[in-house]
Design a protein around this ligand. Structure first.
Ligand code: UFG
Length: 338
């Protein structure tokens, strides 16, 4: 069975690629390397013994995408490709809507033309936005509060409409919580461009000496230690969730959303302290004002993914901290040296 991964060279895409190959799937990657590295392909081969087929294309470019669909007999699509920085999306909303929505529409048009009926979408917990409870459940209304989140929310609606119109279509919306960690080989991991926006890559860059200290964005939230609480999930658990979703899409039609999280919230200081303890390194930090747009606390209710997909997380916060650090230590400059 042949699976198209758009954005398959990215952080979550590359880990999912490995999980798919190890589960016996054939993988075709479409990536324009705007936020990922070609070196990932060799690393995937080192880990799995298989180098996935690569199309270096912009998925929004329908002519290139059509060529791919004409050449490969694709059975299902997992759509990761997209811009993902919340702050940048507020500065350049048009660019975010154009890119994230165009790529999805091009895919849907090609899937219709080539009769491909299974679509797994890389959505985000950010679609829930400012909700009135902190344990997110799939049937809560979506209410994203920034352009990035709204691209995910609008794409979910586009995919729901597509599945209403075509009763043979199977769409799975995967709402990720906060992916951290790396493959245990230390060969692939999160490789942000420039100054990291997210907590874990910032911590690992402090640990490796690339940044002086972490800024903890606010310690006056109504949470146990005053710092923000999130549901951190190991990227390999997240990758396994995609394989479960793919299996589900083989036997089911319609459109379903699933939270992919652990169900447990940890604070920023929980992460810092666990990282220090597990890896025996100091993380100097300073408390700064809250970051605009951050919510105090949220985490997943993961019951639906367990009951329907038969999937749950296996890795601990200790695993996440150890694996993030191994990746950073082995690759202090990410993939850039290659
Ligand atoms: N934080 C810091 N200092 C930093 C970075 C983050 O204190 O340098 C704090 C944040 O305030 C927050 C927590 O660490 O409390 C996690 O922040 P991240 O930036 O790592 O993650 P977010 O929860 O803000 O957002 C992430 C992704 C989004 C995605 C969302 C889904 O960046 O793309 O999870 O839940 F939509």
């Amino acid at each position: 069975m042949k699976i198209l991964l758009t954005g398959g060279a990215g952080y979550i895409g590359s880990h999912t690629c490995i999980e798919l190959i190890e589960s016996g799937y054939e993988v075709v990657i479409a990536d324009d390397f705007s936020n990922s590295s070609m070196a990932v392909l060799k690393r995937i081969k080192e880990i799995t013994g298989v180098e996935p087929t690569l199309y270096n294309i912009d998925v929004a470019d329908i002519a290139s995408l059509d060529e791919l669909f004409a050449k490969e007999k694709i059975d299902a699509v997992i759509h990761f490709a997209g811009f993902k920085a919340v702050g940048e999306s507020c500065e350049k909303p048009t660019m975010y809507y154009r890119n994230n929505i165009d790529t999805t529409l091009s895919l849907l048009e090609c899937m219709e033309k080539y009769n491909v009926k299974r679509f797994v979408f890389s959505s985000s917990a950010t679609v829930y936005g400012n909700a009135d409870r902190v344990e997110y459940v799939e049937d809560m209304p979506t209410n994203a509060v920034n352009p990035y989140g709204r691209t995910k929310m609008f794409i979910e609606h586009i995919l729901m409409d597509a599945s209403c119109a075509d009763k043979e279509l199977s769409v799975v919306l995967l709402r990720y919580f906060n992916p951290i960690g790396a493959h245990e080989s230390g060969l692939i991991g999160d490789n942000p461009n420039g100054i990291p926006n997210n907590l874990m890559p910032y911590i690992t860059q402090v640990a490796v000496g690339k940044r002086e200290r972490l800024s903890v964005f606010g310690n006056d939230y109504p949470t146990p230690d005053g710092t923000g609480v999130r549901d951190y999930i190991h990227v390999c658990d997240l990758a396994a969730g995609h394989v479960a979703a793919l299996r589900y899409s083989e036997k089911n039609r319609g459109c379903e959303a699933f939270n992919l999280g652990t169900g447990v919230g940890y604070s920023v200081m929980d992460i810092v302290k666990t990282f220090e303890r597990v890896n025996n390194v100091k993380i100097p930090y300073v408390v700064t004002p809250r970051r605009d747009g951050d919510l105090p606390e949220y985490y997943a209710n993961p019951a639906k993914a367990l009951n329907v997909l038969g999937w749950k997380t296996e890795k601990t916060l200790e695993d996440m901290c150890a694996d993030s650090w191994r990746w950073q230590m082995k690759n202090p400059n990410g993939y850039t040296e290659e």
